[in-house]
Design a protein around this ligand. Structure first.
Ligand SMILES: *[C@@H]1O[C@H](CO)[C@@H](O)[C@H](O)[C@H]1NC(C)=O
Ligand SMILES: *[C@@H]1O[C@H](CO)[C@@H](O)[C@H](O)[C@H]1NC(C)=O
Ligand SMILES: *[C@@H]1O[C@H](CO)[C@@H](O)[C@H](O)[C@H]1NC(C)=O
Length: 511
């Protein structure tokens, strides 16, 4: 490097540092996938020259994996084991029934609220974060403890993350229209965007259930903060004022729906456009199988069916220390078990014919970006809906978890590897996702910098989020007309919650 170039570089770095924003990413260890997607946000912002701290309250027991490779990490450990204990029971719970019940979802809310309470009992430990002088704070949608913590830390500019497709708790709070006639709810709902009468009825029920469950959860979270600050706003109202909402999904892949200007899709963030070359072990595995390779990343597997696809080699991802799966494959010649996969790169291998997985959004978007056909066996949360998006895009098929067996597995896999339309569709979709205008990284970084520069983006706020349901749906107007009352009338002021500080003058709704 010539001396002058060195100087220019040094100056640029100096400039970058002086312009750097201070960014907090609040990311409880809800699960590995949440740490992955929040970590990708943190890392992309570090790459852009910002000072990023990822704060990880320990929900699930923390391993060495913290999601981020580049940001500073602050953890709060040993808060309360109840969250981990609840999640330990979930594999059994989710495999025995169609979907989690409303009561089980409420359990999740109560558990999260209780951890939030224990976290805030140790709020003295948050002092370094309060003193850091963050410009913006990110937190996600699963429980709104993070929204409260960010307010408690005195950070005014909140940026919201939806780790799933826009979750109903998010659309409800931000005022994003979500017509239940064609926008399926996110959690525990096996509907696509084309629904018959009964499916629409079910979706409407699930919509109301989602709102009720999350209102109960957020009221609990609010109560945590009111224990020491009686005038603490409802966390829903703080969330409603978020400047932006980054959605961990891709609009080319996801089911189409209305959004607002605050909604920024960043799915695929942190996945390189081109896969990196595989190491020797995996390059060799990918040469096996006369017609190609199939990767399976599932809890339950059907060894006999695998044996019958003799032209294909199966790479099966198992949990670390799993010594039960191996013996089940006695006499099956065409498989390898691995405890780890270079997933984003192996999905780009030309000999890969199919990816069989549970439908977690990160893995799905990675596969879709790489143009790989899919079989999805959803287990819980948003996985059902993600599976229906896969079917809508014609890039794969869903097997219902309770129908999973020799016949369904065999016929579904056969259909996908033998009918070229799935891989053609997958290639077209992947190319569009890679080539669409503005990369996920650009959108994340530029919008975050915009929010750092301009403060709270009140200009993007949708009034609908500050109305009560009666005004929002114009039910008062219908009512008045039915009764033939005069045109000007008083509307019910205030918001969803009875402690609302904002009062709109609604008399112009009539104009
Ligand atoms: C939300 O923003 C509005 C408009 O700036 C403000 O009046 C209100 O107090 C804010 N609510 C909360 C809870 O911060
Ligand atoms: C399988 O793993 C479990 C738990 O790690 C262990 O207790 C058990 O002895 C192992 N069984 C065999 C056959 O290695
Ligand atoms: C509401 O608007 C009406 C009509 O513009 C006005 O007469 C009234 O004073 C306003 N009320 C408040 C509380 O601002």
């Amino acid at each position: 490097m010539k001396p002058r170039e060195g100087l220019t570089l040094a100056l640029l770095q100096l400039f970058a540092v002086s312009e750097a924003g201070k960014i907090l990413v609040y990311s409880p260890s809800i699960s590995t996938s949440h740490l992955i997607s929040n970590g990708r946000i943190a890392d992309a912002l570090v790459d852009a020259g910002h000072d990023v701290v990822m704060f990880i309250p320990e929900y699930m027991p923390l391993t060495s994996f913290l999601g981020t490779k580049k940001a500073k990490v602050i953890t709060m450990r040993n808060i309360n084991p109840i969250f981990g204990e609840m999640m330990d029971g979930w594999p059994e719970l989710t495999l025995k029934s169609d979907r989690l019940s409303v009561m089980e979802r409420l359990d999740f809310e109560y558990t999260a609220t209780s951890i939030c309470g224990d976290l805030m009992k140790r709020r003295d430990e948050l002092k370094p974060l309060a003193d850091y002088g963050f410009d913006v704070g990110f937190s996600e949608q699963i429980d709104l403890c993070g929204v409260g913590v960010i307010r408690y830390l005195g950070i005014k500019n909140h940026l919201w993350i939806s780790t799933t497709s826009i979750m109903d708790a998010v659309s409800y709070n931000l005022g994003i229209p979500a017509p239940p006639s064609y926008v399926p709810t996110i959690e525990e709902n096996d509907n696509g965007d084309v629904m018959d009468f009964w499916q629409r009825s079910f979706n409407l029920y699930m919509y109301v259930a989602a709102i009720v469950v999350h209102r109960i959860g957020t009221d609990g979270t609010t109560a945590v903060f009111r224990q020491f600050d009686p005038v603490f706003p409802n966390v829903r109202e703080i969330a409603a004022n978020s400047s932006l909402c980054f959605v961990n999904s891709d609009e080319i892949f996801d089911l189409p729906r209305p959004i607002i200007h605050k909604t920024i899709y960043i799915g695929g963030l942190g996945v390189d456009k081109e896969p990196k070359p595989l190491d020797e072990k995996f390059s060799k595995l990918m040469e096996k199988g006369r017609k190609g390779v199939i990767i399976i990343s599932l809890g339950s597997i059907i060894p006999f069916a695998i044996k019958e696809f003799e032209d294909y080699h199966f790479i099966i991802k198992i949990d670390k220390g799993d010594n039960k799966t191996g013996p089940m494959f006695a006499g099956v010649p065409n498989y390898d078990l691995v405890e780890w996969l270079p997933q984003v790169d192996i999905l780009g291998h030309p000999r890969l014919k199919l990816f069989v997985m549970h439908g977690g959004l990160n893995g799905l978007v990675e596969a879709a970006l790489r143009g790989v056909p899919l079989v999805v066996v959803p287990v819980f949360a948003d996985q059902f809906r993600n599976g229906r998006a896969v079917e809508k895009r014609g890039i794969g098929k869903v097997i219902h978890k309770l129908d999973m067996g020799y016949d369904t597995f065999k016929s579904t896999v056969k259909e996908i590897v033998e009918n070229p339309k799935y891989s053609e569709n997958a290639k077209r979709l992947g190319a569009m996702m890679r080539d669409k205008p503005f990369s996920p990284k650009d959108r994340l970084v530029k919008w975050t910098e915009f929010a750092i520069e301009n403060g709270v983006l009140e200009e993007l706020h949708v009034e609908g989020s500050r109305m009560n349901t009666i005004v929002y749906l114009n039910l008062d107007k219908l009512f008045v007309h039915e009764l033939g009352l005069p045109g000007h009338y008083g509307t019910v002021n205030g918001q969803f919650s009875n402690n609302s500080p904002t009062h709109q003058n609604d008399s112009n709704v009539d104009g």
